[in-house]
Design a protein. Structure first.
Length: 228
């Protein structure tokens, strides 16, 4: 009898801790890294305690059949009654989205900036110039620039966790700033270093591309002069 009671208590405790621990990393079908889980939970819990807003991260292998990412988020949002924001990533569908269950929540962060494919205004201008399309000059992305980087074998999950936590922290910090509170578990400068690395790599590629273009032009001009 004592054994049964003790076993029941253990099962109950494990269930409670698991439920509590998976509160803000709401679904994880990709990473399965306890350290990643801890960091998301710490930041999510502090944000909720200080602002009343739940920011939940959803990491999917693939979206359910015949469902786009917004439809999936709307279905998932039925589980929550409190102010909630979902940051959702689906690996096989190559989709990232941010969805809030109350329209007013979008006032506390810049969704377009967080999901921008470029990390700086200069980069946005260069991309627009190359495409000859200046209709969208949004920049400051904290997820897609990192997610777009090539990963070596065995580093894919690290890229996913790094880019998604980067975006999660960005949203959390923007909400905190809008609410006038300070997050002790904020990423801050570390977040900016990751983006700076992306910028440096991008500019290096652009400069190298310009160099090759000029070199090619000079070569063709020299060939043309020699053939006269």
């Amino acid at each position: 009898m004592k054994f049964s009671r003790g076993l029941s208590a253990l099962i109950l405790a494990l269930f409670f801790n698991t439920s509590l621990f998976a509160n803000y990393l709401y679904k994880d079908e990709l990473i399965f890294n306890p350290a990643f889980n801890v960091e998301v939970e710490k930041l999510g819990l502090e944000l909720h305690q200080k602002t009343g807003i739940s920011l939940r991260l959803v990491m999917l292998k693939e979206l359910p059949q015949k469902m786009n990412i917004v439809e999936y988020e709307k279905e998932l949002m039925k589980d929550f009654s409190e102010p909630t924001i979902l940051l959702t990533f689906s690996e096989m569908d190559s989709k990232v989205d941010i969805y809030a269950n109350q329209t007013s929540l979008y006032e506390y962060f810049d969704k377009k900036q967080v999901l921008s494919p470029v990390s700086s205004s200069v980069q946005a201008f260069v991309v627009a110039l190359l495409n000859m399309d200046f209709s969208d000059m949004s920049s400051g992305g904290t997820i897609l620039p990192l997610l777009a980087q090539k990963a070596k074998e065995g580093e894919l999950l690290g890229k996913y966790s790094g880019s998604m936590f980067n975006g999660y922290a960005d949203i959390a910090e923007q909400i905190a700033a809008s609410k006038g509170v300070v997050l002790e578990n904020a990423v801050g400068n570390a977040n900016q270093i990751s983006i700076l690395i992306v910028k440096v790599l991008f500019y290096a590629i652009v400069v190298y591309g310009i160099f090759l273009y000029i070199k090619r032009k000079l070569y063709l001009r020299r060939q043309k002069n020699e053939s006269r």
